[in-house]
Design a protein around this ligand. Structure first.
Ligand SMILES: [Zn+2]
Length: 174
């Protein structure tokens, strides 16, 4: 009821990759490569204000053997990677929750594209249903904004994941 699954350690691109691999196995979708880029690159690639996205170089192609990517702006998402060696800084619990939520969110785009050949750009009803379900397994709850992005993260009892230093188990360190 509270939290069925423990939170993973996802400080580096390798660790995010490892977590995404586990999700892929659990939800029966093919491997997807995780890349961590600069804030500048992400905005150039995906548009202003975008900090993460799932994409496919030949969108619409029916095969599963093309390489697919989930890209993160390392600075905003607080993930260190090959192309971003500055150490990540996390001082608030909220930052941990937002990062984790973002990783799951991008995975769900991959999930829908694979299973339903469906663009989930606008985070429709089905997308939000699965998103709420997966997050709740980790004890993460939230409300949706008008444009279907999660906000105001809180725990099962409605206590906000806002300020305060994250505990070691929340960082996935134990
Ligand atoms: Zn999205």
């Amino acid at each position: 009821m509270v939290r069925k699954k423990s939170w993973p350690k996802i400080d580096s691109s390798n660790e995010v990759q490892h977590f995404v691999n586990k999700m892929c196995a659990e939800y029966d979708v093919p491997f997807i490569k995780v890349i961590v880029k600069s804030k500048k690159w992400m905005e150039w690639f995906a548009g202003k204000g975008v900090s993460a996205c799932a994409f496919w170089p030949c969108e619409g192609y029916e095969g599963d053997n093309i390489e697919k990517y989930i890209a993160f702006d390392g600075q905003t998402c607080r993930i260190s990677g090959n192309e971003r060696s500055i150490p990540i800084k996390i001082s608030q619990r909220r930052q941990i929750v937002e990062r984790f939520h973002t990783v799951i969110h991008e995975f769900i785009h991959h999930y829908f594209f694979h299973h339903y050949r469906m663009s989930t750009k606008y985070h429709g009803k089905e997308f939000r249903k699965i998103e709420a379900k997966i997050n709740s397994e980790y004890g993460i709850y939230f409300f949706y904004s008008k444009n279907n992005y999660a906000m105001w993260f809180h725990n099962f009892w409605g206590v906000p994941y806002a300020w305060g230093k994250p505990r070691h188990d929340e960082r996935g360190w134990i």
